[in-house]
Ligand binder design. Structure first.
Ligand code: ZN
Length: 168
């Protein structure tokens, strides 16, 4: 069983916790179950609740400082929905818009999902030099989006539609 996503009282994704921790929060009335694994229940002693996939805190937790979303290759692929930034076909690799050999950084704004073919074709060039314009500009996900990006694909697909949309 994978971790449970924790939403703030404002529905903003905050973190993930273990299933045990999620159940404790619900039993202590500190959180409510927003989304549960269909057909699965936690049963022990006097306890009988649905197995939570998403819980929401009952009281708003102030988050004084949100750091930037940490960059990752997997995060770039998910952000770009596994679509190649150059041709729109399925992407399995991450391309540096400004190549690393030219000082390009591992950052959200300098990386895009790319099919292996285009990544190889673009090689050590900028999109302009390669004559391969970007179909869309890379962008920096919000920390909340980045939290969703850390979930597995099946978990994201199981999220309520209004929440999963922000992770697309
Ligand atoms: Zn491509």
């Amino acid at each position: 069983m994978r971790d449970t996503l924790v939403l703030n009282a404002s529905f903003e994704p905050l973190s993930t916790v273990t299933l045990n921790r999620a159940v404790v929060l619900v039993l202590q009335d500190k959180a409510v179950v927003e989304q549960a694994h269909p057909g699965l229940r936690v049963r022990a002693a006097a306890v009988d609740i649905p197995v939570p996939q998403v819980i929401r805190l009952c009281r708003y937790v102030r988050v004084p400082f949100r750091r930037q979303a940490p960059w990752s290759r997997r995060g770039v692929l998910v952000r770009d929905q596994h679509r190649c930034a150059y041709c729109g076909r399925r992407a399995t690799t991450v391309d540096h818009v400004v190549p690393r050999s030219r000082g390009g950084a591992d950052s959200w704004l300098n990386t895009v999902a790319s099919c292996a073919e285009d990544n190889h074709r673009k090689a050590d060039r900028t999109p302009e030099q390669a004559g391969m314009p970007l179909l869309r500009e890379p962008f920096e996900p919000t920390p909340a989006d980045a939290m969703l990006l850390t979930l597995g694909q099946s978990e994201r697909e199981a999220l309520p539609a209004w929440l999963a949309r922000t992770a697309a």
